[in-house]
Design a protein around this ligand. Structure first.
Ligand code: FES
Ligand code: FES
Length: 170
């Protein structure tokens, strides 16, 4: 026989506090099934990270979570309590785009743009970590990011350009 708890929907809403793009953010009423991607887009006004598959397959939602590129759709919002997140919005310095963003624009590595924020975050991580990445390094780093439009060549060009500029500046 169904008890009172079976007959009513029980929700455990939470408060989540985290640092997003160097700013402390607090979200109340977070549902336990909510993703980090939803938290960022719908509660924190950061729609840069895109929701394309919501299954960890496309990489469009990639953000840094404690400095590691992560699919935001696969992380429960409650898991980011006290943690640091950096989204594509946090790469630019005010009006000044990050070099990887500039390279994407200059190389025309964007068509519909849906994959772009995730690719930019992933490519940013590669260029930060690896000096003079080979084409194999670039392809491996971006293997989890799907683009339906560009054929990838211009995206590879953009990463090569950003990496070569970084090498020149060292
Ligand atoms: S929306 Fe997260 S991997 Fe596709
Ligand atoms: S530019 Fe359209 S999905 Fe990549």
């Amino acid at each position: 026989m169904a008890g009172p708890l079976d007959q009513q929907k029980v929700r455990l809403d939470m408060r989540v506090t985290c640092t997003v793009n160097d700013k402390e953010q607090v979200a109340d009423g977070v549902w336990e099934g909510e993703s980090l991607l939803y938290l960022l887009r719908e509660r924190m006004g950061l729609p840069g990270s895109k929701n394309a598959c919501e299954q960890g397959e496309c990489g469009s939602c990639t953000v840094y979570l404690d400095d590691l590129p992560t699919c935001a759709c696969l992380v429960a919002a409650g898991q980011v309590q006290g943690r640091r997140i950096r989204t594509v919005e946090g790469l630019a310095d005010g009006e000044q785009l990050d070099p990887i963003q500039e390279a994407f624009v200059e190389c025309g590595a964007i068509q519909c743009g849906f994959c772009t924020p995730g690719l930019v975050v992933q490519a940013h991580d590669l260029v930060e970590r690896v000096d003079n990445p080979s084409d194999a390094d670039i392809r491996e780093a971006l293997a989890g990011n799907l683009c339906r439009c560009t054929g990838y060549e211009k995206i590879l060009d953009a990463v090569r350009l950003a990496a070569s500029r970084k090498a020149e500046s060292l």
